[in-house]
Design a protein. Sequence first.
Length: 214
Amino acid sequence: MPRFDAVLFDLDGVLADTAHIHFAAWRRLGEELGIHLEPTFEEKLKGVDRMGSLELILAHGGVTRTAEEKRVLADRKNGYYTAAVAEQTPDDLLPGARRVLEEARDAGLKIALASASRNAPPLLEQLGIAPLFDAIADPAAVKAPKPAPDLFLEAARLVGVAPDRCLGIEDSVAGIISIKDAGMVAVGIGDPTVLTRADYVVPTTAQLHIGDFL
């Protein structure tokens, strides 16, 4: 019997390199607030939801805002991001991304998305991979964002698979923690010295093969 019944994917950095679009939008907002974000700050935002990212940026710049002002700022950043996402095409998929999804489908696995991005559904359409997914977990529907396990648990629930029969794939520390705390096996995409809690790590999506874990 196969070891897993479902594979749960993060989006940014796993299937598409949209993290740079997020960061460009945050940098633009930061400059408007007088906060300069060095390129290295991008790593701190990986796997963090929108409001969490805004809090980190405001703290970095020593800027305080009311809850309503924060909501407006987050919406402004999202406008910058969605405008850029609208220009994405299947050519913007990371190398190997479509193949990995098709491998999972061919293996009879359920496929779900567990992304912190609330723009994931339209982005999957833009990238031409929406039909390959059985479910998309809504980050607005869970109590706590990554690194809490809620989003991955919700993705498993949506496809009707027990957590211990799910394989989670992430590129961020917060995402790997989320997968492990959900009781799932974690595959990290990136540097093993950074993704230390992952059960397995591969350098890039292009080097990921679902069959290796079945």
